[in-house]
Write a protein that binds this ligand. Sequence first.
Ligand SMILES: Cc1cc2nc3c(=O)[nH]c(=O)nc-3n(C[C@H](O)[C@H](O)[C@H](O)COP(=O)(O)OP(=O)(O)OC[C@H]3O[C@@H](n4cnc5c(N)ncnc54)[C@H](O)[C@@H]3O)c2cc1C
Length: 504
Amino acid sequence: MKRFLETNDQQSSSKKTKTENSSSDFVISIQNNRLKTAESIRDFKFNKKRVKILSKVEDVAEKSNGIAYWMARDQRVQDNWALLFSQNLAIKNKIPLHVVFCLTDGFLGATIRHFDFMLKGLEEVANDCTTLNINFHLLRGEHTKEIPKFIKNNKIGAVVCDFSPLRIHRSWVDGIKKELPPYVPLVQVDAHNIVPIWITSDKQEYAARTIRNKINSKLGEFLTEFPPLVKHPHKSTEMPDKIDWKKTLQSLKVDETVGVVDWIKPGYKNAVEVLETFINKRLKVFATKRNDPTINALSNLSPFFHFGQISVQRAIIEVQKHKSKAKDSVDAFCEEAIVRRELSDNFCFHNKNYDNLDGITDWAKITLNAHRKDKRPYLYTRDELEKSKTHDDLWNAAQNQLRVEAKLHGFLRMYWAKKILEWTASPEEALETAIYLNDRYNLDGRDPNGYVGCMWSIGGIHDQGWGERAVFGKIRYMNYEGCKRKFDIKAFIARYGGVVHKKK
Ligand SMILES: Cc1cc2nc3c(=O)[nH]c(=O)nc-3n(C[C@H](O)[C@H](O)[C@H](O)COP(=O)(O)OP(=O)(O)OC[C@H]3O[C@@H](n4cnc5c(N)ncnc54)[C@H](O)[C@@H]3O)c2cc1C
């Protein structure tokens, strides 16, 4: 199978002019822009609206040995509001700064594909922390036990965490809050959304049209340059435990049958390189070709965004510099990466049923129930779907792309999920299957965008009712003929080896 995505996404090593460890000109120019913004976070007016104090106490505990940033969703050193806030606090109190990450084996069904990508990104984080006099600690086990234990053992004076709307992260935050010593403050910073989730809206928004202006009208305040995270002036006298990254990966008890991919390389520097190539090569066609799965027009940034290896805010700042040359594309990218993405966080934050059909709107529940007993044109098991064994060569090709490349094209994700609704016994089974396959294979899986994408396709969230038809009711329908009109499906099928399977 020809690997479509590997084409010029990341320059081959022979084309690289710098050595592996040195930084590209683009990385350097980004760092220079940070330096132009402020010398450090101490000279920068930090917008406190990004911060929520979760504990009763607010003041850093006295005689403490440092501030800890418990890193979870935003796995990067620079352009991270949570880490910048932590450094500000540590410098103000003249104490060391620690970054703590807690590794959990059975994380929501993540496979070696996901852990490999994440750990390699974290290795870069750890190295960059060392250069900046920041201790990086990798803990293993349950967050609610290990983080408080670390805080007590190391006499940490305050804990800063990042934000995710997903229930697992929320349960860690709640659990850690309960277990922390009463004199240690816990502070949350939304380092993922450009406009902090709690500022955009205090309710679940109906659709992109209702949240768009709530976000865009606040970008003037929040879409700013970042100051640099600097060499920390207060070095810890104790060294963190040495991490053997290879052994750590090997020691994980995770599914190893879902292979690692090589067309995309993890970590901040690689993310910046992908961003640069996107801007130079693909941005100009993003507006017109992003719905064509045979054309390499997308940013391919979602795996990096998902693991927080690059900040979306950074990507937007850099992309927006090209507005005069490619206005439509820049606008389209901002719509996807700001409005649609932050709408997903809004949905998961305000709807505890963000991944099941109790979370969909009444009109969609009614219509799916009314068509529950409709005869399905085809019925497939999860195994048949997973192995691309349907009668539909386009769907099979899409599933092949997902399984092998770890990133299904954005347009086809909609067709792919809608067909699962059509070919499984109930909407509940369809949603469960779609989320299972999405999260098992996509590198960007287990993300608010993924839950919302599946809930949009199968449960009509953020959408309206359409003409009624079998199985779907009023949920928007997509079909093979429609795809044929949109792009060269034969080329896509040939590229990903989609074949028609007949049921025996
Ligand atoms: C059924 C289904 C499942 C999906 N699963 C995931 C998932 O697991 N993880 C994930 O990150 N996205 C998911 N999406 C949303 C979208 O398809 C991907 O974000 C996009 O294809 C990622 O590729 P890219 O970064 O090259 O996208 P680009 O088109 O370059 O977009 C840039 C960024 O904008 C955001 N974005 C783009 N499209 C959407 C969208 N429809 N909704 C919200 N944000 C968007 C993403 O952060 C993306 O990285 C899903 C969509 C559907 C319909």
